[in-house]
Design a protein around this ligand. Structure first.
Ligand SMILES: Cc1cc2nc3c(=O)[nH]c(=O)nc-3n(C[C@H](O)[C@H](O)[C@H](O)COP(=O)(O)OP(=O)(O)OC[C@H]3O[C@@H](n4cnc5c(N)ncnc54)[C@H](O)[C@@H]3O)c2cc1C
Ligand SMILES: Cc1cc2nc3c(=O)[nH]c(=O)nc-3n(C[C@H](O)[C@H](O)[C@H](O)COP(=O)(O)O)c2cc1C
Length: 765
């Protein structure tokens, strides 16, 4: 096969090597516009895993790379005059120039033709003598741009400015240094890559860059500015630029995130940065380029595979890995872009948040890396929770939390879940057993399902209510049981179904109207939930007063029933949510239009409920923090304003859910997928939040809490199937501070022993 590689960066060279290794008969030529030792950039970092992959593919170059790598384990975070050092992170670094020299020599040795100072034509016709043309010409690939429409290219230019410097200061740890200036924060990512060189990337928000006048400075001036700002880390060494060809402020770059739907067109194949990029803060661009190269060479040489099939396999196999990395890279990029959220954290929590920013590293990963450090974090978290120093570390999920006078023994919450099992709104023995069991399962707080304030405010005929004395008494029986048999506190979620009412019970079809006996529904405007649902009647002011008073009456009954807490359900497209989202609120009066107007009725309801609820008892509000409809609906930025508005009315906790407000919305699901909204609201509005949504492992819960992304964590589906979820988590951590119902102590002890044995076996395996 005759192959032309356009671009002699890591991707092009390593692909050429990998082809020749598999079949020396291939004729492979690399065309690079620069001279062999001209290169931008300083050092690159890899993980140990990448080096293993290189060794497996080509032990000869792999060994040289392995021998020359600078290896280090520690990460230092310098913030607010403190240095937080953690260990066990296992990085390796090498100079980009050195890496390319090793690859060039190896390619030559294997018979690859290397053409330097050769500007490759972006026209495929000029490569008609080759069977395959590899676009390995980097993020700004000319040939990809030339055939853009065939690749489905999506390029996002990120907002922060960065400059990739080198320095002779040798850092003994991967270093993140944050410095405050008159125009905002500026930070450096620095790491050693050989005996006397380090990479030193300086990054900041564009507003800071302009505020400091860096947008008007030439390179030497900008370098002096950075050297002075980071003098205490540079030990007298200077910063060096190798972007001399870029004029003035142009040396400051913005990262460009590239995704392509298709990685090949005719005989042209995209490789490395030309196909996809990963932000420098997760140090994976070169890894992607090298691993792409290995996979492409492998599929092209797999016996019996036609070229089209090989290319399909190349993309299918690499795409998953690339998506995972780009996902982590996006989290990491966003963390640095929204740094302002985390600057009020104490240094130890700031460092934890930084280390877990990509969501690839979790609480338990950190324990494996540096147990002593993680236990320090756990002690710190517990001591802040109890307001006094503590000696013993314990996972953050087992830290107490206080809302007004209500003391929770831990941070795990049973999320509200409709059971559709009431008759005429009255909870029964099913509810007693259901809530009673979950209240004994160890969670600090148990929510009821949405409990409705009127018969027509129910979602389904099976929904419970709080609108008759009979309901109150039936709930009181359950509340009394919960209080008599454990430490859990009990929160009543109150809501009105609005446009999503008069439907079948969940397992007969979600949001499907009743076969008969439907009742009229109301909402902010006459927009039906879907074409199959009723058109709601827009509420009049008189309707609003009735509904508000029904909420207050329900609160009074909740007080008589002895609930510890109340939540107002203002999410998921139900009545109050239909006012908040612009997708379903088309009113032209003072209850429609601006967010302030759309919040007017929900806030009026909340205010009236708060006035009727004892001052010492807390209240939460559940909101949909994202309609998943872009700017047409509620965005997470709007959610920050919504949370602030409820906070000013005295809400104690914002329960941050998302979606279910528009039938055709496009949620982006995934592990902990709504937690970023709880994080944004908590740390921008500075209010207490509860995270929920696809959180199912103790590791998730501990990571969220320790990183300050939420104050409480709710789990719904995991509690459907395992009411004892928190007791099981306590057993897994050998945590003895949790109350176990006395009759169940033997089971808890056995589970603790068995899980410990499992963990020991896994460690020795
Ligand atoms: C600030 C910063 C820090 C980074 N840090 C890391 C890190 O720590 N670890 C890591 O793994 N990655 C890092 N990267 C990313 C890494 O540099 C790239 O992901 C990696 O180099 C991609 O390899 P590539 O071969 O696809 O592209 P490139 O390395 O960009 O190589 C493309 C080559 O093609 C040549 N070329 C372009 N056009 C033509 C043409 N028309 N004709 C001939 N030749 C052409 C270029 O001169 C270049 O040599 C970082 C990137 C930046 C910007
Ligand atoms: C069966 C079921 C019923 C639910 N009912 C309610 C409800 O009554 N009120 C509410 O606010 N959310 C309700 N939810 C949403 C959950 O509280 C939670 O936000 C969602 O399931 C995501 O959490 P999870 O991934 O832990 O399940 C319900 C979820 C399920 C699975």
């Amino acid at each position: 096969m005759r192959v032309a590689c356009l671009g002699g960066g890591p991707a092009g060279l390593y692909f050429a090597i990998s082809m020749k290794l598999r079949d020396p008969a291939h004729e492979v030529a690399v065309f690079e516009r620069n001279r062999p030792d001209d290169t931008f950039g300083w050092g690159v970092v890899f993980s140990d895993q990448t080096v293993e992959n290189l060794m497996a593919n080509d032990p000869v170059s792999g060994k040289i790379v392995q021998d020359e790598f600078a290896h280090w384990d520690d990460i230092d975070v310098h913030i607010h005059g403190q240095t937080i050092r953690s260990s066990g992170h296992g990085f390796i670094g090498i100079g980009r120039k050195r890496l390319l020299t090793i690859l060039q020599e190896r390619a030559r040795e294997l018979g690859v033709e290397l053409h330097f100072e050769h500007e490759a034509s972006p026209d495929l016709d000029d490569w008609r003598d080759y069977d395959l043309v590899i676009a390995a010409d980097g993020a700004n690939s000319r040939i990809r741009t030339r055939y853009e429409e065939h690749f489905g290219v999506d390029i996002q230019t990120r907002r922060n400015k960065f400059f990739w410097f080198g320095t002779h200061q040798v850092f003994d740890a991967f270093t993140f240094a944050f410095e405050k200036t008159k125009a905002g924060w500026v930070w450096a990512h620095a790491y050693r890559f050989d005996d006397d060189f380090s990479t030193f990337i300086v990054e900041m928000e564009p507003e800071t860059w302009e505020g400091l006048g860096l947008d008007r400075m030439d390179q030497p001036e900008a370098i002096v500015f950075c050297e002075e700002l980071f003098a205490k880390y540079l030990g007298g060494h200077s910063l060096m630029s190798n972007a001399a060809h870029l004029k003035g402020p142009d040396a400051w770059l913005n990262f460009r995130r590239i995704i392509c739907d298709n990685w090949s067109y005719r005989n042209l194949i995209l490789l490395g940065d030309a196909a996809h990029t990963a932000h420098f803060s997760i140090g994976s661009g070169t890894k992607l380029a090298l691993e792409d190269a290995i996979k492409l060479a492998e599929v092209l040489n797999r016996p019996g595979l036609l070229r089209e099939q090989a290319l399909e396999e190349y993309q299918a196999e690499r795409n998953l890995e690339v998506l995972k990395l780009q996902n982590s890279a996006r989290n990491s990029t966003e963390w640095f872009e929204t740094l302002g959220r985390y600057l009020h954290f104490e240094p130890i929590q700031f460092a934890y948040s930084l280390l877990t920013r990509s969501q690839r590293v979790s609480h338990e990963n950190l324990r494996l890396r540096d147990k002593a450090w993680l236990e320090g974090v756990e002690r710190w978290f517990q001591s802040r929770a109890v307001g006094a120093p503590v000696d013993d570390p314990a996972p953050p999920m087992f830290a107490p939390y206080r809302l007004r006078e209500m003391e929770l023994t831990n941070r795990v919450v049973v999320s509200p879940m409709a059971m559709y099992s009431a008759q005429d709104g009255t909870p029964n023995d099913f509810h007693l057993v259901h809530y009673g069991t979950r209240a004994q399962g160890g969670a600090g707080l148990v929510y009821t399902e949405m409990t409705c304030i009127s018969p027509t405010g129910r979602i389904t005929p099976g929904c419970p209510g709080m609108y008759t004395p009979q309901h109150r008494d039936a709930w009181k029986r359950i509340v009394d049981f919960v209080h008599a048999h454990g430490d859990a506190k009990f929160c009543l979620q109150l809501g009105h179904s609005g446009p999503k009412g008069s439907t079948k019970v969940g397992w007969e079809g979600y949001d499907v109207p009743l076969a008969s006996g439907n009742w009229p529904v109301m909402a902010a405007s006459d927009i039906p939930w879907s074409s199959g649902n009723q058109s709601p009647i827009p509420m009049t002011r008189a309707d609003m007063t009735i509904v508000r008073n029904q909420f207050v009456a329900a609160v009074e009954m909740a007080r008589e029933a002895g609930f510890d807490m109340i939540e107002l359900h203002a999410a998921h497209g139900y009545l109050l949510s239909s006012f908040i989202t612009p997708l379903t609120n088309k009113r032209t009066d003072e209850y429609g239009g601006s967010l302030e107007n759309r919040l007017r009725f929900p806030l009026e309801v909340f205010r009236a409920m708060r006035a009727a609820w004892p001052n010492e008892k807390p209240m939460s509000v559940r909101i949909s923090a994202n309609d998943w409809m872009g700017d047409l609906g509620i965005t997470p930025d709007d959610a920050v304003e919504i949370a602030r508005a409820f906070w000013e009315e005295g809400v104690d906790l914002v329960d941050v859910s998302a979606g279910q407000t528009w039938a055709d919305c496009k949620p982006v699901y995934g592990r902990m997928f709504q937690t970023p909204f709880a994080d944004q609201i908590r740390n921008e509005a500075r209010v207490s939040t509860m995270a929920v949504g696809n959180i199912y492992e103790t590791d998730h819960v501990n990571s969220i809490l320790a990183a300050g992304r939420a104050d409480l964590v709710a789990l719904a589906r995991p509690h459907l199937i395992d009411p004892m979820w928190t007791l099981r988590a306590a057993a897994g951590h050998d945590y003895r501070g949790i109350r176990v119902p006395p009759p169940y102590l033997g089971g808890q002890a056995q589970l603790t022993r068995n899980l410990q044995r499992e963990q020991e076996a896994a460690l020795t395996a």
